[in-house]
Design a protein around this ligand. Structure first.
Ligand code: COI
Length: 354
């Protein structure tokens, strides 16, 4: 397939790098590719960023047959632009595609197209500390049909935005609320796919968390409501008595690429890492016994986010006096030093764009 490029003749003004926030400002161009049963993925192109004109009958609006990814590009001290583990994002996207009956695509071709897109919009990659270019690939079902079936048409698109911290608290500890009433995913469901509906289903509880003064929801398993799964936009890690513990991937948890990276880094640093089912009661007990050293989340958008407080019913766990712990800070530095090219990349995670 040939990638067709049409450049914009109306470039937008770039935002100030100290006022980026997250996800509201978009670069000048985007990638698009379409699919039709019998033809396959076709017509890959880079075009000026702009709206799609679609029928109100478009199937994704009704049945949420949609998947997405989140990854980032960084500017290193040499002024090069690099991607973090982008190949893994496209592998995971293909796994999500399979689960959602969306046709799989050539991950290598899309990664190369993304590199071309970034080269065209390279002046949008911010360089200020803590900033990056957030990349959002997505596939939506585009049949004009209100019956329920897997679509025969799809649109793949990639849009990009220069970003700062995901949470309004910046990289300060976040407060999370454990819901006893709602669940995010159940065994056999779509919890491990990065599909739009998982996030729509989380909004009601997120609103409740927000009204109570918490940043995000910590989800428990969908059957017993006993075992910890993940937080709204990140996977979760506990440091208990010096060991690192994270919920094991049971099929209803998003297999985070940052999660996988933290585990690899922790093992390399000599920490004992356990991936296992973790009951919320065990965390409460660890805290009562003075063994809950730290809690932090991991995600592309969230990076490493220390957790300062967890609320569960009448229990309120204040972790490390609500301040960022040493191990959370260490992982933040280990990860971001590699991502921003400040330190060597022992795992060969970084992919040079230009
Ligand atoms: C990411 O971390 O990239 C995600 O996709 C989470 C999203 C809900 C912001």
């Amino acid at each position: 397939m040939d990638l067709k490029i049409t450049k914009s003749n109306q470039l937008k003004e770039k935002p100030a790098q100290d006022k980026l926030g997250f996800g509201k400002i978009f670069t000048d161009h985007m990638f698009i590719m379409d699919y039709e049963t019998g033809i396959g993925w076709h017509d890959p192109r880079i075009v000026p960023f702009g709206p799609f004109t679609v029928s109100p009958a478009t199937s994704v609006f009704h049945y949420a047959q949609a998947i997405f990814e989140g990854l980032k590009a960084y500017k290193n001290p040499e002024g090069e632009i690099v991607l973090f583990r982008a190949d893994e994002n496209f592998k995971r996207m293909n796994r999500s595609a399979k689960r959602m009956c969306i046709p799989e695509f050539d991950g290598e071709f899309v990664l190369n197209s993304l590199k071309e897109l970034i080269k065209i919009d390279k002046d949008w990659v911010p360089s200020k500390e803590g900033t990056s270019l957030y990349i959002r690939p997505a596939i939506i079902a585009t049949d004009e049909y209100v019956g329920i079936k897997a679509s025969d048409h799809y649109r793949f698109f990639i849009i990009m935005c220069p970003v700062g911290a995901y949470y309004s608290a910046g990289f300060d500890p976040v407060k999370i609320w454990v819901t006893k009433d709602y669940v995010r995913a159940v065994p056999g469901g779509v919890g491990e796919a990065k599909t739009a509906g998982n996030y729509a289903a989380s909004l009601y509880a997120s609103e409740e968390a927000s009204k109570k003064g918490y940043n995000q929801v910590l989800w428990l398993d969908g059957i017993e409501k006993k075992y910890i799964e993940e937080v709204g936009s990140m996977n979760i890690f506990f440091v208990i008595d010096g060991e690192i513990v994270t919920p094991k991937l049971t099929g209803s948890i998003l297999p985070g690429i940052t999660r996988n990276s933290v585990i690899a880094m922790a093992k390399k640093e000599g920490y004992k890492v356990r991936e296992e089912r973790i009951a919320i009661d065990d965390i409460i007990n660890a805290h009562k016994n003075g063994k809950l050293d730290e809690v932090f989340g991991s995600g592309t958008a969230a990076v490493i986010s220390p957790v300062g407080e967890i609320a569960y019913g009448d229990e309120k766990i204040v972790v490390g006096e609500g301040k960022t712990g040493k191990i959370s800070a260490k992982f933040f530095d280990l990860l971001t030093d590699v991502q921003y090219g400040k330190k060597p990349d022992p795992f060969n995670w970084m992919i040079k764009v230009c």
